[in-house]
Write a protein that binds this ligand. Structure first.
Ligand SMILES: [Ca+2]
Ligand SMILES: [Ca+2]
Ligand SMILES: [Ca+2]
Ligand SMILES: [Ca+2]
Length: 212
């Protein structure tokens, strides 16, 4: 038998190698496209490369690059921090301490530096002694949770700004610091007195709940 011309024999190894190279080039091209669309591994948690090499076989694309949703697609946040666990990263969450995955805001005004979106800035909450990173008491049952309060309007910790809260505040009405009846906890506008302005501030939230 006449030996075959080596040049005419298909080289399985070369074809296989070429297949893998083309396949990997495709993977890298797709990966680059993902990077261009904001899915970059530099920000962490976005693209992962599992160990695929031991079997020496071409890997399906899906297993080669596992793609996870980025909780802040437009901002680099390698740690993917999400303090309120609403699947929006802290960096791009309009209320990072209030679970609102739809990013809808409460009906009351939100001042600057109000991460729990309860209508009071961290400075105001520090003055009143409420929790700046938690807007709502854990349970709707009244008076079953210890201080400090969560929502400044809600003295009864029943997750609602109601007549019961206004009645409690009214016991301190017209008390000016240092009157013993004065307490910064009831001084919602930090004016140094429990005045009509503090009572009237309930109008915008009356009978509303603090739950998202
Ligand atoms: Ca969040
Ligand atoms: Ca949130
Ligand atoms: Ca607040
Ligand atoms: Ca209440």
């Amino acid at each position: 038998m006449v030996p075959a011309d080596p040049a005419s024999v298909p080289d399985n190894c070369s074809r296989f190698s070429s297949h893998r190279t083309v396949g990997h080039l495709g993977v890298y091209a797709i990966r680059q496209a993902l990077i261009d669309r904001g899915l970059d591994q530099a920000s962490g948690g976005r693209l992962e490369q599992p160990d695929t090499e031991p079997d020496r076989e071409p890997e399906p694309l899906a297993s080669y690059w596992e793609i996870r949703a980025d909780n802040c697609p437009d901002d680099p946040n390698p740690g993917q921090e999400d303090g309120d666990s609403d699947l929006r990263g802290d960096l791009c969450d309009n209320c990072p301490s209030w679970p609102n995955s739809d990013q809808l805001l409460p009906t009351w005004p939100i001042p600057p530096d109000d991460p729990d979106c309860d209508g009071f800035s961290t400075t105001e909450e520090s003055f009143m002694g409420t929790r700046p990173l938690a807007a709502c008491s854990d349970t709707p049952a009244a008076n079953d949770e210890s201080a400090p309060d969560f929502w400044a309007f809600d003295y009864t910790d029943d997750q609602r700004a109601s007549l019961a809260d206004v009645m409690l505040a009214s016991q301190h009405f017209n008390a000016l610091d240092p009157d013993p009846r004065y307490s910064s906890r009831y001084d919602l506008d930090a004016s140094g007195g429990i005045t009509l302005a503090d009572m009237l501030s309930y109008i915008s939230v009356f009978n509303l709940a603090c739950t998202p």
